[in-house]
Design a protein around this ligand. Structure first.
Ligand SMILES: C[S@@+](CC[C@H](N)C(=O)[O-])C[C@H]1O[C@@H](n2cnc3c(N)ncnc32)[C@H](O)[C@@H]1O
Length: 214
């Protein structure tokens, strides 16, 4: 399913700042050579993530789900001097390619790329994050929230991708029985009812849940 009406998406992209040359390269290479390229955030969502990063000016960012590095490069754009993004992915097959992209970018010093299961790595992190982007396996979204919430600064943000799941989270649009749909329905309800955060569900692309820790 296309996330947005095609004409609207084209118009929005035509009136949005261009991607950098490295982002264009990651995009092109991912679509030519990597399976499931639709997982990559893309032009419009990438500029939104970069804008959030510029607005927050974070010292420390955590990303769960690097894939080919597109969103990590966008999130790195607004990081304060001396700050960094830790980005985690379980897929070691993409490691060399992604390292090459990061190395080629202006943000090579700011990106700490780790390979492994985020559920194992996150509990070992002692940092406090200003911004967290959750974009990995949907069935663990609730667990990711539980293990990161105490590692987010007061006033910091968590952004979770794909929370609309092509509309399947809407009552009656699916029977809600596949595990990813069920996990996202549970996640949306869980964070909406959690008094430690304020939230807004942005119906952009496949849905971005924005949580502010209060
Ligand atoms: C949707 S893609 C990420 C897309 C990327 N954030 C972007 O916008 O370009 C999801 C990624 O999560 C990774 N992933 C899945 N389960 C994981 C886990 N338990 N720990 C770390 N990464 C995981 C997958 O290997 C995949 O590369």
């Amino acid at each position: 399913m296309k996330f947005l009406d095609e004409e609207i998406e084209k118009y929005a992209e035509a009136h949005t700042s261009e991607e950098s040359s490295i982002l264009k390269k990651v995009h092109r290479d991912t679509y030519a050579n990597v399976i499931m390229p639709r997982m990559l955030s893309g032009h419009l969502q990438g500029r939104i993530l970069a804008t959030f990063s510029h607005m927050i000016k974070p010292n420390l960012v955590l990303e769960i789900g690097t894939y080919t590095g597109y969103s990590a490069l966008c999130l790195a754009e607004g990081i304060a001097d001396g700050g960094k993004i830790i980005t985690i992915d379980i897929n070691e097959e993409l490691e060399e390619k992604v390292k090459g992209f990061f190395q080629e970018s202006d943000f090579r010093q700011k990106i700490d790329y780790r390979i492994g299961n985020a559920l194992d790595i996150i509990p070992t992190l002692s940092e406090k994050f200003d911004l967290v982007f959750i974009d990995a396996d949907k069935e663990n979204y609730g667990k990711y929230f539980d293990i990161i919430i105490d590692k987010v600064q007061k006033g910091g943000f968590i952004v979770a991708d794909n929370v609309l799941w092509s509309g399947k989270v809407i009552p009656g649009k699916s029977n809600g029985s596949d595990k990813d749909t069920k996990a996202l329905i549970d996640f949306n309800l869980k964070v909406h009812n959690d008094t430690r955060v304020e939230n807004v569900l942005l119906p952009i692309r496949d849905g971005l849940m924005i949580l502010k820790k209060i």
